[in-house]
Structures are given as C-alpha cells and as structure tokens.
Write a protein that binds this ligand. Structure first.
Ligand code: UDP
Ligand code: MG
Length: 317
C-alpha cells in the first residue's frame, strides 16, 4: 500500500538539523494518523549528514535515503526524490528547519480535498537577510508573475505540496527547482494555489545560495519561457526574426543602391554608415535563420520530441 504522504527532503550539509526535523515530521504525521514516507536525498554532503540519515532510518521505518556521489544541486536532488516518491501527495521541504512540518496537514488537505494539483508555500513573514534575500526576492517574484502568468508570491518556496501525478510528469533539472510551478503549468496542470506558511530563521549551518541566484534565476526563467513556447518549434522564433531582419537590411541596401544609380549620389556607398548597418542586419538575420535550422535538427533528435502527457483514454481496454 503506498503511503498517503511522501515527504521529499533535499539536503546538503545539514547534519545538525536532521534529528529535530525528523522528530517533528513524525510527531505531526502521527497526530493526524497519516501514513507517510520521508525520502531524504543527500546531495553529496561533506559533513556527517549521511551517517545521521542512516541512524535516523534505524529509528524511523518511514525513512528512505538516497545519497549522491557528489554535490549536484537542489534540482537533481528533488528530481531523484520525485522519482522515488509513491505517496498520494508529495510534499517537499528544506532540511534546515526553516520550513515548518506543522504545515503538512493543511497542505495535504488542499491537495486531497481542495483539488489542487500544486500548492506553493508563501513565506509572507520571512526570516532571512532583508538586503540580500527578502527585497530582491520580492522584486524577482513580481517579474516572475508578469512573465510566467502564474500568480504566486513566493515561487521558489521550498515547502510545496503536489498531487503524485504532477511530480511524475515534470522533469526538474539544472536549477529549475525555482520554477516548478511553471514546469507544472507547462505540463498542463492548471490548479496551482498557494498557502501562507510560517518561516523560521536558520538554526544551524549556512545558506547554500547567494546573490547569484537572482541572475541565474532570471536567465533560467527566460530559458523556461522560451522552451515552453518554442521548445518544440524553434524555427518559428528564429525563422521569423531572421527573415524580418534580413528583409529590413535588404530593403535598406536596395534603397541605397537605387539612390546611387538613379540619383547619381556623390557620396560612395561604402562611405555611408547606413550601408554598414544594413549589411550587419542582413548578416545577423541570416545567422538567426541558420540558428533556427540547427535548433530544428536538435529538436528532431531529442528523445522527448514526442513526450506528450495523455490525461485519459477511452475505448482502449
Ligand atoms: N540544498 C541541496 N543541494 C544544494 C544546495 C542546497 O540539497 O546544492 C538543500 C539544502 O540542504 C536545504 C535546501 O536545499 O535543505 C535549501 O537550501 P538553503 O536553506 O541553503 O536555501 P535558502 O533557504 O537559503 O534559500
Ligand atoms: Mg534555508
């Protein structure tokens, strides 16, 4: 029998927090009589985290552990946890005790009774550094909401709950853990909600992410939006852009040449800045166009070029 809840915990050098976290999760789940499993993914910790996980697994039969050979990042850790998860509802939670296990019952209910595919936590009151984290994060989330069209206040919150099918249908890779709601939306899951959750200051250890997260995050957002729109048909973007640029350049150059021939312009073509601008535009247009062709070749050979998600079938029994 699969459990009602799978709790996926990615962890990297969090040895001090783990015993308290597990005891807390256990207390909450027992109080509510949930059957559960905790999947602890050790993302190549260099402290004693893995030994702690092994010790805890002896104390709690619900624990399953996965250890990476080296540190790969939070996204691969979540991906591996999602692959292993079997519970009806999957809840992800940071290992550093900044997310409260007390939120589990409410999140579980929102998925099971509320019918949500995904519920994201919202750290409305946040206990991180105001300058390096809280303020940039607010700005960042605003841009995110604008570009992705998903109305979440705290897209990158580590505390989230999912219907099992959602985590089995998306592939978190690179550093895309910041955009799981966008991945879920692209996969066709529409009921995405949020819940205000308690946040706590980090009790042990240090944060694993610095200010670079905002630059990388923004670039990843652009990639993900590009992928969702043109990922399977890149020529539609590069071809259109390339043709437009080439044509613009071509018309300008024709005009300049015509001017020279019919109006016997004194100034030579190569002495006009406009000539070089037009030429560059034509070359860039050609490059865009070629990029389109190359991208199409890549897509054609991608193993997931036809990986569509079927919701239901009838008449196939
Ligand atoms: N984490 C991970 N691999 C990494 C970096 C972080 O598994 O390469 C885990 C980390 O142990 C924690 C969670 O991801 O459980 C969130 O990291 P952190 O608390 O450092 O992020 P912050 O709360 O500062 O945003
Ligand atoms: Mg943290």
């Amino acid at each position: 029998m699969p459990p009602e809840i799978s709790i996926v915990v990615p962890l990297f050098n969090e040895e001090e927090s783990l015993p308290e976290l597990l005891a807390w999760i256990n207390r909450v789940c027992n109080e509510h009589h949930y059957s559960y499993e905790v999947i602890m993914v050790d993302d190549g910790s260099t402290d004693n985290s893995w030994d702690v996980v092994c010790d805890l697994a002896k104390a709690y039969s619900q624990i399953r552990g996965i250890r990476f050979q080296r540190n790969y990042g939070k996204s691969p850790a979540l991906y591996e946890g999602f692959r292993a998860a079997t519970g009806k509802v999957v809840i992800t939670m940071d290992a550093d005790l900044q997310d409260s296990p007390d939120e589990i019952p409410e999140l579980y209910k929102m998925v099971v009774e509320g019918g949500f595919d995904l519920v994201s936590g919202w750290k409305k009151v946040r206990y991180d550094n105001a300058v390096t984290k809280n303020l940039p994060s607010k700005l960042y989330n605003a841009v995110n909401r604008r570009l992705s069209g998903i109305k979440l206040h705290d897209m990158n919150c580590g505390l989230k709950a999912y219907r099992l099918k959602v985590v089995k249908s998306i592939e978190v890779y690179g550093e895309m853990h910041r955009f799981i709601p966008v991945l879920a939306k692209n996969a066709g899951f529409k009921k995405i909600g949020e819940k205000v959750v308690q946040h706590r200051p980090r009790k042990f250890g240090v944060s694993k992410f610095g200010w670079e997260r905002f630059i990388n995050g923004f670039l990843d957002l652009l990639s993900i939006l590009f992928m969702s729109k043109f990922g399977k048909k890149p020529m539609h973007l590069f071809g259109a852009l390339g043709s437009l640029m080439f044509l613009t350049g071509f018309i300008c150059i024709s005009w300049l040449i015509g001017d020279k021939i019919f109006h016997a312009e004194e100034v030579g073509l190569t002495n006009k800045p406009a000539f070089y601008l037009a030429l560059t535009t034509m070359i860039m247009g050609t490059l865009f166009f070629l990029t389109g062709f190359v991208s199409e070749l890549v897509v054609r050979n991608a193993s997931d070029r036809n990986a569509y998600l079927v919701e239901t079938r009838i008449g196939f029994e």
